[in-house]
Write a protein that binds this ligand. Sequence first.
Ligand code: GTB
Length: 214
Amino acid sequence: MTPIVSVFAASPDRGRGLARDMAVRWALAEVGQPHALRPLSFAELKTQEHKTRQPFGQIPTYETDSLTLFESGAIVLHIAETHGLLPTDPAGRARTIAWMFSAASTLEPVIVEREVAVLLEGDKQWTAERLPLLEARLRQRLDDLAAWLLGRDWLEGDFSAGDIMMVCVLRRPAAALLMGDYPVLAAYVARAEARPAFRTAHADQLARFEASSG
Ligand code: GTB
């Protein structure tokens, strides 16, 4: 069965590939696996039917005959495991998975926290005082990641699922806005975005947005 990926029916990112289905669709493009889409409105996300696929009523999900999976990182890991997007040696495999966790649990929280402070708490009296702290925490992570990537093309040897997760996190607005200060990270993201599979997945997102917005 062609896997089905659930996506926003009308993505707020206007086709820029910033929502978390991008990592899944990029991974599928990397391994040459075609997929179908299940576009869902915000109301449909919160239905009991969708919560049987994704307990928190979110996108993305991934469905085949034998498996329904949620969490973008887990889906990318599954695709990587089944299609050879992970190193075959046990240590390389373990370190690649470590980078996937690191993208989701060490980098992404500081990025999302910075975005939430502006988007959802921008009118609160404490926000102006908090923003420099949040930016400092984010910059510390970016400093450390840039130091790791200095002299490397990818996080761990060849391109892998770890890079998909990390680049998707770095493309989020709060991090993307700082890339001018991080040439090593900017070059890393540019290298990833130049991959044919990224370009395919990105073009699909844009085409869908343009088709849905008439
Ligand atoms: N940990 C989960 C995963 O990685 O799969 C998180 C999934 C998640 O946050 N999904 C979001 C969602 O479904 C979409 S990606 N939100 C709807 C809801 O919770 O009701 C987050 C996102 C949304 C929009 C943009 N954007 O427009 O730029 C970027 C990222």
